[in-house]
Design a protein around this ligand. Structure first.
Ligand code: ZN
Length: 645
């Protein structure tokens, strides 16, 4: 009997080890370009500049205690002497809890990541000067042994409970990598590599347990799995395999510890388990699982990656927003009843683009565009610089609670704020990251040439086969579906692939092309200036969501019926022009699908008119439909006409 038990343990251990065993790493289909090689133009550039003029450019002054007055990576590092912080939960056992107080590192570093990328992409010299000063200061905080982080030597790397060791470095180093790509300053790269080397020495692969926690609810620890972002970028820059291999170790240790996280191997292997963890963790872990799979090549990890995508698909609302308010809580997407967090929008977008590069699968481009053009635009205030922390596709009230719910008095996430300090300053920093990350993934490279992976106005300047190539992508996409690519290069032969959006049934191209796996492929000799014009022909489409409610799309845009609202200012800031706003409807009727035709009312804009059924008056009502980014309160999905049910 005893023998049998032992055999069982050995067998299951062997199986477990087998799953993480490296069988041969998988090459990525497309390679991302460095940050500075793709610059936004048109409406995306305007939006990044608006953010710099608004919450992204001013967040440090809006919450000076969290950013300017807490030098958490420098003189205010956390050690055993730190009892509490104003921002944190003050506990009785201050000495033990100091390691918990990593939140300001996330606020600061995610904010700065978005801020400096926005400064670089806009070319704004004042903001670039500020970013340069910060970089000099943060680089100077590195210890001689390479440590770059938030803990004094009496705490670092020796935890058995919640901590932000890896997460505080992840958020910081993502920004430093962007700065290196921009400046090409070798000293910056050396600093990053030394910091990562310090981690690998202190958390040696397969003999340490960075994800061990006596408490399975350890958000700082589990956010730390996103350290794979840093490792993958360093691998791409330096070609050093050790960085990529370390992703496998991190995912294995993360999977083997007792943690309440969806992305653990054994939970993903079970397709009957719905996602239930903190949304933002789950959506960022998607790309860590992908990183481990591509680094190891082990098919078992490929299977759980597919399972993960299947489970996430059940959580996606029509706008592309992934549910999580803030927990996914085992539920499916629901356009009225489930909110999505701005942090999750950014992190899922980041995961989709990672998968787009790895797999080359054009469908990840469609998912990215849907999320960025709809959910992400639709959670911004179209009239002033603020965002919704939580938002729903059907948004009937933004007065704190979910669609007018007042049962939880402390729920303030459903409103517009440039800060959201009454909950946490996590979403506003990420709202400054999402557009720069979209831009950086608009073009990638493969062995044949360049790939327009995500569409929209931008300019790319890079080298293909050693020759300089400039492409000016002129368009107002997705608000207009005609794109002119003006290609400028020396005499050279290479391929340009342009992702054909999944919704585009008809396309015209001013050039000889073939279609291959969702891409328009143009292979030719290029010389001097050469324009290519592509026209996609969208149609109004009627779709049904997971709950069989109807909604309308036009090309990459999801449409909604705007609902008149009354705004109320609920908070002002010492900085002029910033405020929190709540919105309530001025008369709310929830309409139903009436099977009436939809007509475009303005050929140059995505504006439409139709009729929907009012179940109270028993009459059809004329309504307009607009892209989500132009709405505050809105109805996006429409139940089938109740009288027909
Ligand atoms: Zn957030």
């Amino acid at each position: 009997m005893f023998f049998c038990v032992l055999m069982t343990i050995n067998k299951s251990e062997a199986q477990e080890n087998n799953v993480f065993r490296k069988t041969g790493s998988i090459p990525e289909t497309f390679q991302p370009l460095p940050l500075f090689e793709i610059l936004p133009s048109g409406w995306i550039r305007e939006q990044i500049q608006e953010n710099l003029n608004g919450f992204t450019g001013h967040l440090d002054s809006l919450v000076p205690d969290l950013i300017l007055r807490d030098d958490i990576y420098g003189r205010n590092r956390l050690g055993r002497h730190v009892k509490s912080k104003d921002v944190g939960a003050i506990t009785e056992n201050g000495e033990l809890q100091a390691q918990f107080l990593w939140w300001n590192s996330e606020t600061q570093s995610n904010w700065r990541d978005g801020y400096l990328r926005s400064a670089i992409l806009s070319g704004d010299q004042d903001h670039l000067a500020r970013a340069t000063k910060y970089m000099q200061r943060i680089l100077a905080t590195q210890d001689t042994n390479g440590y770059l982080g938030i803990y004094d030597s009496d705490l670092r790397y020796r935890f058995d409970n919640e901590n932000g060791e890896l997460w505080s470095k992840t958020t910081l180093l993502r920004g430093l990598i962007a700065w290196y790509e921009f400046t090409r300053d070798y000293q910056v790269l050396k600093t990053i590599e030394a910091a990562v080397h310090d981690v690998m020495v202190n958390y040696p692969p397969y003999t340490s347990h960075p994800f061990y926690s006596v408490n399975p609810d350890a958000g700082g620890i589990t956010h730390g799995l996103a350290f794979t972002d840093v490792l993958e970028e360093l691998w791409r820059i330096t070609g050093k395999q050790e960085y990529r291999d370390y992703c496998i170790f991190l995912y294995r240790d993360f999977s083997e510890q007792k943690l309440n996280e969806d992305a653990q191997y054994s939970k993903l292997a079970d397709t009957s388990l719905m996602l239930k963890s903190h949304g933002v963790h789950t959506y960022e872990h998607l790309r860590s699982v992908a990183a481990a799979f591509y680094a190891s090549g082990n098919p078992a990890l490929g299977t759980v990656l597919q399972n993960f995508l299947y489970k996430i698909n059940l959580c996606i609302s029509p706008s592309g927003g992934p549910v999580g308010d803030e927990w996914i809580a085992g539920g499916k997407a629901d356009a009225t009843g489930r909110g999505y967090e701005y942090c999750s929008l950014h992190e899922l977008l980041n995961s989709y683009t990672s998968l787009l590069g790895k797999t080359g699968d054009a469908h990840f481009g469609d998912l990215t565009e849907t999320l960025f053009f709809n959910a992400a635009q639709g959670a911004r205030n179209p009239f002033e610089s603020s965002i919704a922390y939580l938002k729903t596709d059907n948004s009937y009230s933004m007065c704190g609670g979910l669609n007018g719910d007042t049962t939880v008095k402390t729920q303030t996430r459903y409103k517009y704020s440039p800060v959201h300090q009454d909950v946490a300053v996590c979403c506003v920093p990420n709202a400054g990251r999402i557009a720069p990350y979209y831009v950086q993934n608009m073009w990638m490279k493969d062995e044949q040439g360049l790939v327009a992976t995500l569409l929209g106005p931008c300019e790319v300047e890079t080298k293909v086969r050693g020759k300089k190539v400039l492409i000016d992508e002129q368009t107002a996409y997705p608000y207009d579906n005609s794109i002119t690519f003006v290609i400028n290069t020396e005499d050279s032969y290479f391929t340009i692939k342009i992702r054909k959006p999944g919704w585009a049934k008809k396309v015209s191209v001013s050039e000889v092309y073939i279609e291959d796996k969702g891409y328009i492929v143009i292979q030719r000799r290029w010389k001097g200036e050469h324009p290519i014009t592509i026209q996609f022909f969208p149609e109004i489409e009627l779709k049904q969501d997971l709950n069989k409610e109807y909604y309308f799309t036009y090309g990459a845009l999801v449409l909604a019926r705007p609902i008149q609202s009354i705004g109320r200012q609920t908070k002002t800031y010492p900085l002029k022009g910033f405020r929190d706003m709540q919105y309530r409807p001025s008369g709310l009727s929830i309409l139903e699908y009436a099977d009436e035709p939809v007509k475009q009312t303005n050929q140059k804009k995505a504006e439409f008119a139709t009729s929907l059924y009012n179940p109270v008056s028993h009459k059809n009502e004329a309504v307009i439909l607009l892209p989500l980014g132009q709405t505050i309160l809105r109805q996006l999905t429409f139940k089938p006409k109740s009288e027909d049910q």
